[in-house]
Design a protein around this ligand. Sequence first.
Ligand SMILES: [Zn+2]
Length: 279
Amino acid sequence: MKFATGLFLALSFAFALPSQNSTTQPAKRLEELQNKTILVFTPHPDDDVFGAGGTIALLNHNHNKVYVVVYTNDDKGSYDPEMNSQRLAQIRRSEQEVSEGMLGTSKENILWMGYDDGMLEYAAQPKLTEEATAIIRRIRPDVLLSVDPGEWFERWHKSDHRMAAFNTIDAVRAAEFWLYFPNQKLQQGLQPYKVPEMYFFYPSPQEANYFVNIDSVIDLKVDAALKQVSQFEPAVNKYRPDWDLNDLAKAKEELRGGQPRKEGHFVEAFRYATGFNQY
Ligand SMILES: [Zn+2]
C-alpha cells in the first residue's frame, strides 16, 4: 500500500553524506551481474517497484532470472467506500503484474504468499518463516533483495514492512541450517542454502551503503510505478482503472522529483550485507 505523496518523498533524503558502512562493498556490482538468480521479497505489491524498480529493470535487462515474492495481497489500501477487499486484491494483483512486467519480470516469476494486507504481523509463526525459507531453498538465489531490517526502521515501519523485513532475514538464517524445518529436506528434497549476498531496499540514510545509478531507466521505473493506479489519487479515493492525462502528468512529475539523487544522478539506495548477522 502506497500513497502518492507518502513514501517516495519520505525517501528523498540527502544521500550526500558518506555512510558509516561505505567500506562494505560487493566484489561485482549488482547492476553488472549477468545470468544470475535474483530473489526479491516485497511486503506489498509495489514496494519492490518503488524501492528497487530501476535495479530490477537493469537486472532483467542483463539476463538475470528475477523472482518477486509478494507477502500480502494489498487488499486494504483504498479510501473508496464502494471498494471491497476481494476486488481490491484482484486489482492489486493485476496492477503488480503489469508494473513488474514493464520492468521485465514475467507473471510466472511473481510468487504470491497471499497474506492479508496489514495482517502480516499476526500471521501464524513459524509458518510464515517456514514458507519463506522453502522459497529461498527452492529458488537458491545468488542475490536476495528485501526490505531493510536494520535497526533504524524498527521505530516507524508500518506493520507489514517491519514483519516482512524481519521474516525474510529470519528465513535467510533458517535456510542455511537444515535442522530448521527439516521436513523440507526429508520430505520435499529441499537442500539447505546459504544466501551469498543481500541488498536491502528502503534503507535509512545512516545505513545506506550501496547506490545503483538508475538514470537509464528512471522513466521506465516511473511509468511502471504509475501502473499501480489504485494507489494514487484520484483512484485511491474513487477507483478508476485508468488515468486522467493531467493527473498522470502530475503524478509522473512527483515521482521523478521524489526519486533520490546522488551526485546529480538518480539512484536507488540499498544496504548491502553478506550475512544475517550483519546488524
Ligand atoms: Zn508497502
